[in-house]
Design a protein around this ligand. Structure first.
Ligand SMILES: NC(=O)c1ccc[n+]([C@@H]2O[C@H](COP(=O)([O-])OP(=O)(O)OC[C@H]3O[C@@H](n4cnc5c(N)ncnc54)[C@H](O)[C@@H]3O)[C@@H](O)[C@H]2O)c1
Length: 189
């Protein structure tokens, strides 16, 4: 497996599981953005390990429970490496308190760092990935369709209305492909 040319962000990336993920992705060839909230020295040491593997790395201090910080984290990665391919929402905390003793503040902290961060981290990363790649995929798909484009919704609606109406009264046991010709031009579909 190679991740050469890919760019990964790993949140909470300078300790524990995050650090192991960072090193595994770097060993596979990815350039890495290490998100961290504490211990800049550990982050710098990890950056050196990644460079020794032949990849590039930057550390970005960002609190993943804050959407503005997540936005800044992703922007820093794109500024440094031009793209984003892999988002690992690893950062997390736990409070070792029982259900009976958990305070509202503890609840909010855990949910913000563990859940809100993953939701908005994924949302912002997806927006970046769509912006950098989705235009190309549509061109490839359109090129595979003999009519050169996806259907307009009305073009499917009108076929359904025809099949349900009197005009199709003698049609039976057949399949109508309203597909711009892609079934004809793509053996195996
Ligand atoms: N180790 C386990 O057995 C285990 C089990 C279940 C879930 N997990 C989850 O796996 C992930 C990694 O766990 P770990 O064992 O490596 O623990 P860890 O404490 O080493 O890693 C958590 C990382 O998240 C970072 N972090 C905390 N709050 C942050 C914030 N607001 N912004 C940015 N970073 C923040 C911490 O600084 C740390 O680097 C966590 O989400 C944890 O909940 C771990």
């Amino acid at each position: 497996m190679t991740l050469k040319g890919k760019v990964a962000i790993v949140t909470g990336g300078n300790t524990g599981i995050g650090k192991a993920v960072v090193l595994a992705l770097a060993e596979a060839g990815a350039n890495i953005v290490i998100d961290y909230i504490a211990d800049e020295a550990a982050t710098e040491e990890l950056e050196k390990q990644i460079v020794a593997l032949g990849d590039q790395a930057i550390g970005v201090m960002a609190d993943v429970s804050k959407v503005d910080d997540l936005r800044r984290l992703i922007a820093a990665g794109v500024d440094a490496f031009g793209r984003l391919d892999i988002m690992v929402n690893n950062a997390g905390v736990e409070t070792r308190t029982s259900v009976l003793e958990t305070t509202e503040q503890q609840y909010d902290k855990v949910l913000d760092i563990n859940l809100k961060s993953a939701f908005f981290g994924t949302q912002l990363a997806a927006k970046q990935m769509i912006a950098q790649g989705n235009a190309d995929k549509m061109k490839t798909l359109n090129a595979a369709i003999p009519l050169g484009r996806m259907a307009q919704p009305q073009e499917i609606g009108s076929v359904v209305a025809f099949l349900a109406g009197d005009g199709a009264s003698y049609l039976t046991a057949t399949t109508i492909f309203a597909d711009g010709g892609i079934m004809q031009s793509s053996p195996g579909l």
